[in-house]
Ligand binder design. Structure first.
Ligand SMILES: [Cu+2]
Length: 147
């Protein structure tokens, strides 16, 4: 009987920490840009550290306060900066990927709560199925960048 209980504990432990992701992926400095009045599309930024020895990828972001979220890059096309949606955000082994104004960002659609003082919950899903919920504080940017 004791052996059976011990086995169950081991099974539960391994189910709770798939591939040790929690220590290997670290999220720093999340924030969402405040939307001007009448706008319901917001950009979110953060830094993702992949401290593991293997490449990883962010494959999905979602929030109960947005109808949908997308991962966007910024590209120079015909002399203009344009946003382009990507399916996944690749992170090489032992790398840090920064999502920041003027570059990579998360896009939140139909969000009414991107106002300073709010915290927007966002769930990030990685390619191995690991998920983490982050609270993004809403901030008013000092610069005139649109994204
Ligand atoms: Cu965008």
């Amino acid at each position: 009987m004791i052996r059976l209980v011990m086995m169950m504990c081991l099974v539960m432990i391994s189910a709770c920490s798939p591939q040790g992701s929690e220590a290997e992926i670290i999220i720093e400095g999340p924030w969402i840009r405040e939307t001007p009045p009448g706008r319901t599309v917001a950009a979110g930024y953060l830094e993702i550290q992949n401290n593991s020895e293997s490449k990883r990828a962010l494959v999905k972001a979602q929030s109960p306060e947005a109808s949908r979220m997308e991962i966007h890059t910024m590209e120079h096309t015909d002399g203009m900066m344009r946003m382009r949606q990507v399916d996944r955000l690749e992170m090489p082994a032992r790398s840090t990927v920064s999502l920041e104004p003027g570059g990579l960002h998360l896009m939140l659609f139909d969000i009414e709560t991107a106002k300073v003082g709010n915290h927007v919950p966002v769930t990030l899903t990685f390619d191995d199925g690991w998920e983490i919920e982050i609270r993004f504080p809403v901030r008013r940017p000092g610069s005139g960048h649109q994204h």
